[in-house]
Design a binder for this molecule. Structure first.
Ligand code: FES
Ligand SMILES: [Fe+2]
Length: 383
């Protein structure tokens, strides 16, 4: 295994070699990949501070002055829409002593740092700094909150910390090419489900691409109307994946309450798809709905998932829209509950003395691809 010039791999990388074998001989990675603080620190630098990260939907910051704040592996960020309607992202770090200038989410005309009152406009420019006239060499007019790169696709907002990373259109070329026919920008957020889980963030990623568990864990819910036949998996560079399969709408008995998405009218009733873009963005689709999942590490053994349920904009005006949509939300929450129990149990397994990584199943092809690309970036390409 080659070493990255950023330093030798942490000891946590011991035992990853068998994941490097072709799928039919591969084994899962050791527990340390999911429990080590060293691994998480490296993930921050190698993945999260480099890649485009989905942070929210455009409709969550719809009006001028709307803003949302985030803490991304300890990095405070604010996303806002300025008075001209342009979306912007900044480091949410006061230029005086580093306090977060924006708090929570809401609508504002400017951001006033809650500590000493420095004032920033919606473009991040410092427009007021009380009692600072005598400070030598300090010209507020030249100061602004550090801007972060921002891109939108499908009604989703992405940010990037690294100025050297290729533009979103280049970095996400596979994703854009493979998924634009789903038109998530024609949909609107109906419900955001927050999952705070005692598990490593990668378990949430792997769980969604794990087709192998659908018939067992979800045997009493959507597994009943999910087929492994016709599974069509496309592997993207950098560990991304798109998989088409057959599954019914995520509503009781797998029966749609809305009909097909108008732009998927030619797809079969059991059209289903998931796609992953490293490191934190998923799209999951049925013939009548698009869902998006974003995942944030909150510590080696903790993560937060945000599941966005989206429906076509035109449905929202229908009189019984919420009654029907809430049936989907309840069903989704039930399925996510099934998954949540498993990812927590997976995490407990990683520190169990008896655990030794077992062989991979052919249906775990996407996990094998994801994990090998992850290991390449984290610890250097396989020899
Ligand atoms: S830390 Fe923001 S004004 Fe002092
Ligand atoms: Fe699942």
């Amino acid at each position: 295994m080659a070493l990255l010039d950023t330093g030798a791999p942490p000891t946590a990388a011991r035992g990853i070699e068998r994941m490097r074998a072709p799928l039919d001989r591969a084994r899962h990675v050791p527990g340390s990949i999911y429990t080590s603080p060293d691994v998480l620190a490296r993930e921050k630098e190698v993945l999260f501070m480099k890649d485009w990260l989905m942070v929210c939907r455009e409709e969550e910051v719809e009006k001028p002055g709307d803003f949302m704040t985030f803490r991304i592996l300890g990095e405070p960020v604010v996303v806002t829409r300025d008075q001209g309607g342009t979306l912007r992202a900044f480091a949410n770090v006061c230029l005086h002593r580093g306090v977060e200038v924006a708090v929570g989410a809401g609508n504002t005309k400017e951001f006033m740092c809650p500590y000493h009152g420095w004032l920033y406009d919606l473009e991040g420019k410092l427009v007021g700094a009380p009692y600072m006239k005598e400070a030598e060499g300090f010209d507020p007019r030249t100061c602004r909150l550090p801007p972060l790169r921002l891109a939108t696709w499908g009604g989703c907002i992405f940010i990037c910390f690294d100025p050297a990373t290729p533009p979103f259109e280049v970095a996400a070329a596979d994703w854009i090419r493979e998924l634009s026919f789903l038109y998530p920008e024609r949909c609107r957020l109906s419900k955001k489900i927050v999952l705070d889980l005692d598990c490593n963030w990668k378990f949430l990623i792997e769980n969604v691409m794990d087709m192998y568990h659908a018939h067992t864990l979800h045997g009493a819910s959507f597994g009943k109307h999910t087929s492994y036949d016709g599974l069509n998996v496309k592997l993207f560079k950098n560990g991304g994946v798109r998989s088409d399969y057959a599954s019914g709408p995520l509503a009781p008995e797998g029966k749609t309450l809305f009909g097909k998405l108008p732009w998927l009218a030619d797809k079969p009733d059991h059209f289903a798809l998931f796609s992953y873009m490293q490191p934190n963005t998923y799209l999951v689709c049925r013939v009548d709905q698009v869902r998006i999942l974003i995942t944030w590490p909150e510590g080696p053994g903790k993560c937060r998932g945000l599941m966005y349920s989206l429906f076509p904009k035109e449905h929202f005006a229908e009189p019984d829209f919420w009654e029907r949509a809430d049936k989907y939300h309840a069903y989704l929450a039930y399925v996510l509950g099934e998954d949540s129990d498993m990812v927590r149990s997976l995490q407990r397994g990683m520190t169990a003395r008896a655990f030794a990584p077992g062989p991979m199943a052919p249906l775990e092809m996407a996990i094998h691809h994801f994990m090998n690309a992850y290991l390449d970036r984290m610890f250097g390409a396989a020899a």
